[in-house]
Design a protein around this ligand. Structure first.
Ligand code: NAD
Ligand code: ZN
Length: 366
């Protein structure tokens, strides 16, 4: 079967023939339908974030279960599934407190590139190739933990379901779960890519009165309006902090989301947050990036600065909820996917993401 392999940072992805071994206990073999092109993979390719090389990247996707290993209860062959990039054990401190995205299991799989038993199911010419985030979406077939799949109704197009696996869950989840934005709130969103557009539509769903979208590219602001932004700020022309304060009675936004991964824009988001408001960091800065906060402002302005991993999701609750909203016409997945590429054009797909041309693109695998 064909898969994209990443041997290290600053290298193109290599589409190669790989062998995929059968699923072991608690694992599932999935025939992939589509994999989403997320900036988190691009961060790895650019050397901003480490990964267990060589690996098959891609952490957003959906497909059909082909085979299950011993002990798998939650899915059967033929089930349509969304893949999760943080599998969780269901029993640890974090899982038992409703925070499965923080479970050790998913983190260990992410950083080692091995499944739960410490080995990989991918081989190339006999050499072991690692998994990525327990998903490895850029493959015709992948083996994933059973705890890393959620069965979905078969009538939902798999290409739409794929983007729920990261962009939609992360963006909408950050609004609904992490920040718990209330109706009537003012929201600022820095970065209108695949994830940021879902923060925008999440804020619209939550009933935010004012949704101010910030980007350095005009085409992204056009997308932002389609997803519910009420105001847009082109940051190359207008200081976004000043603009957001002007649009919020001089106070700043109740909630500001950073969805880029840069310390400068995190600072802007913090400064654009009103006294007593909440700044949410979603964008992933390069490893080791420090960000200085005016410590006094934290106290005197009583601001909250918080991170959001995977939209603070509970997948078994949130995947069905998001898909039901899509089926009810309340969540826009049609306009989100602006391009689809075949696997052998995957490097072009990442180049287009880097050039800022797409809202979200997918790699079509079946
Ligand atoms: P993307 O490339 O599609 O979007 C980033 C957007 O930021 C682009 O529209 C770009 O034009 C804009 N931008 C760049 N510099 C800017 C600046 N100085 N001011 C304003 N806008 C600017 O990326 P994406 O796939 O949407 O991912 C966004 C970020 O979220 C990445 O850092 C990614 O790694 C991270 N991420 C985090 C999680 C999580 O769980 N926290 C999950 C997925 C992705
Ligand atoms: Zn992602």
């Amino acid at each position: 079967m064909k898969a994209a392999v990443l041997y290290g940072p600053h290298q193109p992805l290599e589409v190669a023939d790989l062998e995929v071994l059968p699923p072991r206990e608690g694992e599932v073999l999935v025939r992939m339908a589509a994999g989403g092109v997320c900036h988190s993979d691009l961060h790895v390719m650019q050397g901003h974030v480490p990964a267990p090389f060589p690996c098959v990247p891609g952490h957003e996707g959906a497909g059909i279960v082909v085979e299950v290993g011993p002990g798998v209860q939650n899915v059967r062959p033929g089930d349509h599934v969304v893949l999760l990039w943080r599998a969780s054990c269901g029993a640890c401190y974090f899982c038992s407190r409703g925070r499965p995205a923080l479970c050790d299991l998913g983190g260990t799989i992410r950083w080692t590139g091995k499944l739960a038993d410490g080995t990989s199911r991918f081989r190339k010419d006999g050499q072991e190739i690692n998994h990525f985030a327990g998903v490895s979406a850029f493959a015709e077939y992948t083996v994933v933990p059973a705890a890393g799949v959620i069965a979905i109704p078969p009538e939902i197009p798999l290409e739409k379901a794929a983007v729920v696996g990261c962009a939609v869950m992360t963006g909408v989840g950050a609004v609904i779960n992490t920040a718990a934005v209330e109706p009537g709130a003012s929201v600022a969103v820095f970065g209108c890519g695949g994830v940021g557009l879902n923060v925008i539509q999440g804020a619209a769903l939550a009933g935010a009165e004012r949704i101010i979208a910030v980007d350095i590219r005009a085409n992204k602001l056009d997308f932002a309006r389609q997803f519910g932004a009420t105001h847009t700020v082109l940051a190359t022309e207008t200081d976004p902090v000043v603009a957001i304060r002007d649009l919020t009675g001089g106070r700043g936004a109740d909630y500001a989301f950073e969805v880029i991964g840069r310390p400068e824009t995190l600072r802007q988001a913090y400064e654009a947050t009103r006294r007593g408001g909440t700044t949410v960091a979603i964008g992933l800065p390069p490893t080791g990036t420090a960000y200085a906060v005016d410590a006094q402002s934290l106290v005197l302005q009583e601001k909250t600065l918080k991170g959001s991993l995977y939209g603070s999701c509970v997948p078994a609750r949130d995947v069905p909820r998001l898909l039901a909203l899509y089926q009810a016409g309340r969540l826009n997945l049609e306009a989100l996917i602006t391009r689809a590429y075949p696997l052998d054009q995957i490097n072009e797909a990442f180049a287009a993401l880097e050039r800022g041309e797409v809202a979200r693109s997918i790699i079509r695998l079946a």
